[in-house]
Design a protein around this ligand. Structure first.
Ligand code: LLP
Length: 424
């Protein structure tokens, strides 16, 4: 179901019943997104695996839906690893990527038998020591920094040469890492990985990255005799936040599969293709509901004050991100006014939307902030001592289920300890 074409009266009911702020997700939309994404690649290349990037939205219900669809998991912490295991993702479908894994995290990953995606030589050595001690072989890949510009917001551009992520192909660094790992008894080298950035809207950066990656995969075969089980090109495909035309999974698959096939001929084997979409699978499935508390006219602007702020939806403040807004129940009103939608956090940067033409808003109206299924709740915090919001799922049959209770104020104090003398 397209959240823009749905019946907004359902959302008003949900806001009334569950309170605000509340995130609402559409199960159907998540399933459709997964199927569209998977089939775009699978119809062109048989050996495809999709591993949902849990960081986009790690609510258990959502991870269950994607597991049911057949998705694996891209995890970045022990918490996300536990989430994937809890949801029942098989260990061979879990990859653990980040630039800084602790000894505890590496141990857990090794015990779980998942794929560990290594980001530095120090990490390789540490994992070597752990796996020798545990007498268990580690399944590994390396994250490569291909040095390509993903042409996206600087805060989410990870494939640039200057970025902290990955081992550079330049200066023989990545080659050396594979050579070293190949000499270690405790390492089973299974793949190679890149993730060049997020909210990427065109295919050319992916094509450039894949060319570099595959050229390197050929070198591994020719010079080190290493054959890989998989090539993982990460996530990063964007979604249209303003109904603009941007690259789709079809466009991406169309552009990169021929490149992979071209290199496969020279490789004379066919690695599996792994992909790690996050935003594409869940972004447009989610809506944040908030309630207007007051409308304030200043000599310069009209502010709509809502009961959600950048603690609940960080993207506008962090990346200057644009999210469409609907005033529920006023979809058909023609006369509009220009508003800034102000969050309730005590910082002037807490503006959820700027200069929007919207139907006349009054206190008590409910606003829907669209396309907030990815990096919405998952980036939320309790800043300003505000409990985390509720999450609700609209099931495929239209029923509505609470999938996360709203926190209470007691949650704010849960893990805090006050020294005895201060209590007096
Ligand atoms: N794989 C790796 C290794 C990643 O680091 C990420 C996202 C993904 C996959 C999924 O990327 P996606 O398909 O969702 O673009 N908070 C930012 C986005 C940060 C993305 C971090 N890494 C935002 O709200 O735009």
């Amino acid at each position: 179901m397209n959240p823009l074409k749905m019946d907004f009266s359902d959302l008003i009911k949900i806001a009334k019943k569950n309170g605000t702020p509340t995130y609402v997700y559409y199960e159907d939309r998540i399933r459709e997104n997964y199927r569209e994404f998977y089939s775009a690649f699978n119809k062109r290349y048989k050996r495809v695996k999709v591993l949902y990037a849990y960081k986009a939205n790690s609510n258990l219900a959502i991870c269950h839906i994607l597991r049911e669809e057949g998705s694996g998991a891209d995890v970045v912490s022990k918490g996300e690893l536990k989430t994937a295991l809890n949801v029942g993702v098989p260990s061979e479908d879990i990859i653990f990527t980040n630039n800084c894994k602790t000894e505890e995290e590496l141990q857990s990953a090794l015990e779980a038998g998942i794929l560990i995606n290594i980001d530095s030589l120090d990490e390789l050595q540490l994992l070597g020591r752990i796996s020798n001690k545990k007498k268990k072989k580690a399944k590994i890949s390396f994250r490569i920094n291909p040095g390509v510009d993903p042409k996206t917001h600087s805060k989410v551009a990870t494939g640039l040469r200057e970025s902290k992520f990955g081992i550079h192909i330049e200066n023989g660094l990545a080659f050396n890492a594979y050579r070293l790992a190949g000499e270690m008894q405790s390492m089973e080298i299974l793949g190679i990985h890149m993730h060049i950035g997020s909210q990427i809207t065109e295919v050319s950066p992916f094509v450039d990255g894949v060319e570099k990656l595959m050229e390197f995969v050929l070198r591994l075969k020719n010079e080190l005799g290493i054959e890989l089980k998989f090539v993982d090109i990460g996530g990063g495909l964007g979604i249209p936040y303003q109904e603009e035309r941007i690259a789709t999974p079809e466009d991406l698959a169309n552009a990169i599969i021929p490149v992979i096939k071209k290199w496969n001929k020279r490789l004379s084997y066919e690695p599996e293709l792994w992909l790690e979409p996050g935003r594409y699978l869940v972004g447009n499935s989610g809506i944040l509901l908030c309630r207007v508390q007051s409308v304030k006219e200043t000599p310069y602007k009209k502010f709509v004050n809502v009961d959600a702020g950048f603690n609940i939806l960080l993207r506008p403040a962090m990346y200057n991100a644009y999210h469409r807004i609907r005033v529920l129940g006023k979809e058909n009103e023609n006369s509009t006014e220009r508003y800034d939608i102000a969050g309730n956090i005590c910082e002037s940067g807490d503006i959820l939307a700027r200069d929007r033409e919207l139907p006349k808003i009054i206190a008590g109206d409910i606003l829907a902030i669209l396309d907030t299924g990815a990096y919405g709740f998952s980036m939320s915090s309790r800043y300003n001592s505000r409990p985390l919001p509720a999450e609700v799922l609209i099931r495929s049959d239209g029923s509505v289920e609470l999938i996360r209770e709203r926190e209470g104020f007691e949650d704010l104090f849960l893990h805090q300890r006050v020294p005895e003398d201060l209590k007096r």
